[in-house]
Design a protein around this ligand. Sequence first.
Ligand SMILES: Nc1ncnc2c1ncn2[C@@H]1O[C@H](COP(=O)(O)OP(=O)(O)OP(=O)(O)O)[C@@H](O)[C@H]1O
Length: 288
Amino acid sequence: MKNVIELKSVTKNFKDFSVKNIDLQVKQGFITGFIGANGAGKSTTIKMMMNLLKPDAGEVKLFGLDYKMYEKAIKERIGFVYDGNVFFEGLNLKDIKRIVAPAYNHWDDRLFYQYVEQFELPLHKAIKTFSKGMQMKASLAIALSHHAKLLIMDEPTAGLDPIFRRELLRILQELMMDGNRTILFSTHITTDLDRIADYIAFIQKGELVFNQSIHDVTESYALVKGELNLLDRDTERAFVHVHRASTGFEALTDNIKKVKNIFGNSVIIEQASLEDIMYYLKGGIHHV
Ligand SMILES: Nc1ncnc2c1ncn2[C@@H]1O[C@H](COP(=O)(O)OP(=O)(O)OP(=O)(O)O)[C@@H](O)[C@H]1O
C-alpha cells in the first residue's frame, strides 16, 4: 500500500509548545481522520505537510517527493481546505477562479462549474456574503477543480451545523468513489469520523499516540464499568485511565483480554467511541 504523506521524526519547536518526533504515514485511497484536542498540534503538523511551516528536524514527503526539489509538483496534486479559507473576501467566486486557475496545470473549468452547480454556489456574489457552509463548499470546489489526488482539510466541519456537516461528509465519501483519491481530515468532532474515516491518527500534546485503521482502534480499546471494590493496585494495571464515581468506576483499557482474565463477568465491557478514547487518553498513555 502506497503512502501519500510520510512524516519521519518530524519536530517543530515553538516557545511554549512542540510537535515532537512525529512518524506518520497516510495511505493512498483512504480517508484518514487526524484527531486531537484543541492545541494538540494538528494545524502545526498540517502546515508542515503543506510546507507552510518548516520542521526543525525530520523529513516530510508527499507522493514520495520532498518540497525542496518538487514543491510545484506536490502542490499541483494537493487540494488544501481549511476553516477560514476565505480567499479575498470582497471577490466573487468567478473572480477567484480567474485568479487561482492559472496557478494549476490541470485546472479544469468544466469540473469547477460542475461543483458550483452541485454545491449550489452563486458565482457573482461576494464571498464575504457566503455562510460558513457555503464558504467551505467554495473552498472545496476550488480545491477539487485541479484534479487534486490528495485533499488536506484542516477542521473542515468546524462551525458547520449538523445538517451541513453531514452533507459535507457525504460529498467527501462520494469523492472517494474513484478509488485513487486520499483525504486527510483534521477535526476534534470525532463523531464525524465514525461515519467516514478508514484510519485514525491521534495526536496528543504534540505527540502521535496512534495511527491505526478505525477497525483496529475500536478492537483495541474498550470502556469497562464496574464496582469500586474491584479496583486495587494490581487490577488497575489493566487500564490506561480510571474514573471513579460514587456509583462505580468507568475505565478505558487497551488490553481487553487482560480485563476479561482479571474481572471475568463482574464488569461490563463496552465499545469505546473515539470521543471516549480521546477523553481518557488526554493525560497521555501510561498504565495506572
Ligand atoms: N507560530 C506559532 N508560534 C508559537 N506557538 C504556536 C504557533 N503556532 C501554533 N502555536 C502553538 O502550538 C500549539 C498547537 O497549536 P495547533 O494550532 O497546532 O493545534 P490544533 O491541534 O490545530 O488545535 P485546534 O484544534 O485548537 O485548532 C498551541 O499551543 C499554539 O498556541
